[in-house]
Every structure is written in structure tokens, then in C-alpha cells.
Design a protein around this ligand. Structure first.
Ligand SMILES: Cc1cc2nc3c(=O)[nH]c(=O)nc-3n(C[C@H](O)[C@H](O)[C@H](O)COP(=O)(O)OP(=O)(O)OC[C@H]3O[C@@H](n4cnc5c(N)ncnc54)[C@H](O)[C@@H]3O)c2cc1C
Length: 433
């Protein structure tokens, strides 16, 4: 587990956002927090909750008081599959707690460093067409609003579709009840393939596998297909050595060295990408669900991720080689593509439709903006929605048409945070002030 660095100086995981807060708040109880919010609201001050700082956007930047919830990060109750935790709990801790109770999250993203509140607030997701965002597993929340009121919001509450992906704009989440499932084992199958073969198989394989994603290697016609399927427990345990070799050594240590080489000598990037794509080998392993879904990421990068209607994916993939080839710099990271089913959460990227997600990355310290802007322009034209926690250049005027319930969300914000205690520049940009 990682402990947040508590203090006025803050930088996000990607290193592309920094801020110095005027004060740091570390409440230990809901009442203490509610009093702090009331005080801020009465004196025209702002409060910004920060989770693990894993968003690339400025969504968690505090320009006044920064709120840490590491003292409100415990288990509250387990009631069958419904598990209530304090919202500052890290996903890694949640996964361990769930395992102790024979439970698991039904789906997860790539890592487990985020807090529960941070992950659900930005629409964090994994992959799998039968699954939506992590927020779709939320059954109830407890929230401190911008006036210091403490609200318990369950499924029948009209605020429910707004508060699960709240962008930190509606209040401070203090408790979250998650619908979990019985603990399960995943069989992972990872295999290098020709990109054309992956694309040709998608319509058949997406519904046939629990969790499917692929990575395309720029400057090549190669991809890595990854599928995870639920299997009876421990039918083929993951060897620790193999796991470390493939997951940590190759995806962190060697990858970091290769990225540094590419940053210093950009001309080598296409050859490195082609070599990496050829060097990939097929492997299968099984493990506890969260340990298969999540891995450690020690190579720092910047990222943008776009949700697009699933049917639009072939058009985007077909355009990417030309787009990347035309950039005035090289792209070192593979492009990650995932799939989710619809949810009914107003500000969720997957609201009301089957989605494909295109994630583009650059190694830390390498130019990215023209790349991200070009991918954004293409995805925006197809009705795409940017991940709230990953870099993008959209603002309220052009986000409103992409979200059918945008104005309903803003109305809830007006009601729950009339004095804009939880505002910051990012929220002013994407929601209006
Ligand atoms: C290496 C890496 C891998 C990632 N993998 C994935 C992935 O697989 N899938 C995916 O979808 N995303 C992924 N992300 C993005 C990440 O999941 C989101 O940005 C997430 O929001 C980060 O959670 P956090 O706890 O760090 O929150 P922060 O980034 O610190 O904050 C995010 C938002 O949550 C708000 N917030 C925090 N606590 C509270 C609270 N108690 N109440 C109300 N609002 C609160 C903040 O104010 C802010 O608005 C990844 C990011 C990184 C760096």
C-alpha cells in the first residue's frame, strides 16, 4: 500500500500537475470534515479532496485547502456481497479486505493504487463488455455536501445517477457501499498477433471472453491480445519467477531503460517498437482476480484515454498509423484498447452505450500534446468522451453535447455546492464556473 505524502506541496503520479495548498486538512471523522466544509463555505474558501494523485488532469489540484482522507480509510461493514468502506481506502487495501471475506470486485482497471473515492469519481474502468465503470458497482454513498450537510444516498435517491461519477464536484465522499462478488480466479491468456487478425476477431472474441483488451505497437502491424476469463480456483497457479520476469522485469525495469533510450535518441523508437513487438511471447497463467487485473507501474508516463462508441473503433485504428507517422516526434508506448458495456451514470464515459476505449501514452519528459490533440480531434468527431482523470483539451461547451445528462449534473452541482467550495480551474473548464 502507498501512503500519501501529506503536506502543502503536491504533485500527481504523472509529475505533470503540481500545486501548493494554503492549508492541509486531515479529518478523522465525518463530523470533523462537515465542520471544515461549513467553515469553508461560510468564509468563501475552497477545499479539494485528493486521493492517490493518479489522475493526469488537474482534476485533483487544490488552489486553496487540500483534503486528505487517509484517516478515513477503514472497513465499515460487510453485509453479504455489499461491502461498505470509508472512501479514502486504497483499492489495494480494498482487494485485500475483500479477499479476507471471500469476496472480490467484479472488475478492476490496470492498477490498485487509487483510492475508492478517486477511482469512482473519475469513471475508472477496466475491460469487459459485460462490465461498466467501477462506479457501476456502487450501491450507496455517504457524502458531505458543499454546505456541510451529510447525505446518505442510495439507489432510489434521485441524486444517485449523479453522485457516483461526481468528478469531486458535488461533495466529499466519506463512505461507499460496493456490490461485490464471490472471490474468483482468472486465467490470463496473452498472445502476440498481427493487428489485422485481432481486428478481424474482435466481434467474435469480445462477447466470448470475460475481459478482453489489446495493445497495438506503433510503427508495426503487430499487437498483443490479452484476455482474462473466470476459471475454477487455482487450476494452474502463477509461478512467482515467471510473474516477476514478465510483469516486473520486462514491463518495468527493461521497459524503463528502453524508454530512456528512445527519449534520448528518438530515431531508434520505430526499431525498438518493432523489436519489442517481435520479442513478445505468448503466456498463460492463473491468479486471484485482483492480482491478474492489476500490476505495478513504475515507468512514469502521461496519458489520454478516449471513450468512443464501440462501432467507431475500426475507423480510429485505421487512422492511427498515419496520424502517428505524421507527428514531428516518435511515440514509444503501445496504444491500449479496452471495451465496456453501458451504465446509467450521468457523467460516466460509458453512459448509455457500448464503449471502446483508446488510451495513448508518452514516456515522462517526452512531447505529447500534438499527439493527444490529434487523437482527441478524431475521437471527438465520432462522439467520443474523454476520461476525466486523463489528459484532454475539452471544455464545458463541447462536453455538454457528448453527455445527455450534462445539464442535470450541473443542476445537482448547483444544489449541492452552491458556493463552489469544491471548484478548481479544471472543474471550471469542464463544467463551467
Ligand atoms: C499508472 C496508472 C494507471 C491507471 N489505470 C487506469 C485504468 O486501468 N482505468 C482507468 O479508468 N483509469 C486508470 N487510471 C486513472 C485513475 O484510475 C484515475 O485518475 C483515478 O481517479 C485516480 O484515483 P486517485 O485516488 O488517485 O484520485 P485523484 O487523482 O487523487 O483524484 C481524482 C478525483 O477524485 C476526487 N476525489 C478524491 N477523493 C475524493 C472524495 N473523498 N470525495 C470526492 N471526490 C474525491 C478528486 O478531487 C479528483 O476530482 C490510471 C492512472 C495511472 C497513473
Amino acid at each position: 500500500m502507498t501512503t500519501p505524502v501529506i503536506g502543502p506541496r503536491w504533485t500527481n503520479w504523472g509529475g505533470n500537475q503540481q500545486a501548493v495548498a494554503t492549508d492541509v486538512l486531515t479529518p478523522g471523522t465525518v463530523d470533523e470534515l462537515a465542520a471544515q466544509v461549513k467553515e469553508a463555505s461560510g468564509s468563501g474558501r475552497r477545499i479539494k479532496a485528493v486521493g492517490s494523485g493518479h489522475s493526469f488532469t488537474a482534476i485533483a489540484v487544490a488552489d486553496d485547502q487540500r483534503l486528505f482522507l487517509h484517516r478515513m480509510a477503514g472497513l465499515v461493514a460487510v453485509d453479504g456481497p455489499l461491502v461498505t468502506v470509508q472512501a479514502g481506502m486504497q483499492l489495494a487495501t480494498l482487494n485485500a479486505v475483500l479477499a479476507e471475506h471471500g469476496l472480490a470486485m467484479t472488475n478492476l482497471g490496470d492498477i490498485d493504487r487509487q483510492t475508492v473515492a478517486g477511482a469512482i469519481s473519475t469513471g475508472t474502468h477496466g475491460t469487459g463488455i459485460e462490465y461498466a465503470t467501477l462506479a457501476s458497482c456502487v450501491e450507496a454513498v455517504k457524502l458531505v455536501t458543499g454546505t456541510g450537510e451529510i447525505l446518505a444516498i442510495g439507489k432510489d435517491d434521485p441524486l444517485f445517477p449523479a453522485v457516483r461519477v461526481g468528478l469531486g464536484a458535488l461533495g466529499v465522499l466519506v463512505e461507499v457501499t460496493l456490490r461485490c462478488v464471490e472471490a474468483f480466479t482468472l486465467l490470463a491468456d496473452e498472445r502476440p498477433m498481427a493487428l489485422a487478425d485481432v481486428l478481424a476477431g474482435l466481434d467474435k472474441w469480445i462477447p466470448a471472453n470475460d475481459h478482453l483488451e489489446f495493445f497495438w505497437y506503433p510503427y508495426t502491424d503487430r499487437a498483443m491480445l490479452k484476455v482474462n476469463n473466470r476459471v475454477p480456483a487455482h487450476d494452474r497457479p502463477l509461478s512467482k519467477f515467471r510473474g516477476w520476469m514478465d510483469d516486473d522485469f520486462l514491463s518495468n525495469s527493461v521497459f524503463a531503460a528502453v524508454c530512456r533510450l528512445g527519449r534520448a535518441m528518438p530515431g531508434t523508437v520505430p526499431a525498438i517498437s518493432a523489436f519489442a513487438a517481435r520479442a513478445l511471447s505468448a503466456r498463460t497463467y492463473t491468479g486471484r482476480s485482483d492480482q491478474v487485473f492489476c500490476s505495478e507501474r513504475r515507468v512514469r508516463f502521461t496519458e489520454m484515454e478516449y471513450e468512443i462508441p464501440r462501432a467507431a473503433l475500426p475507423e480510429v485504428i485505421a487512422a492511427l498509423p498515419g496520424l502517428i507517422g505524421g507527428l514531428p516526434f516518435k511515440v514509444q508506448f503501445p496504444v491500449e484498447v479496452r471495451f465496456t458495456g453501458p451504465d446509467d451514470i450521468w457523467m460516466s464515459h460509458g453512459y448509455g452505450r457500448e464503449s471502446a476505449y483508446i488510451a495513448v501514452h508518452q514516456f515522462t519528459g517526452v512531447e505529447y500534446e500534438p499527439y493527444f490533440r490529434a487523437v482527441e480531434a478524431m475521437c471527438q468527431a465520432l462522439g467520443g468522451r474523454p476520461h476525466w482523470g486523463k489528459l484532454h483539451y475539452r471544455s464545458a461547451a463541447d462536453l455538454r453535447p457528448a453527455y445527455p445528462k450534462f445539464d442535470d449534473f450541473v443542476a445537482v452541482r448547483d444544489r449541492l455546492d452552491p458556493a463552489r467550495v469544491f471548484a478548481n480551474d479544471y472543474l471550471d473548464r469542464v463544467l463551467g464556473s
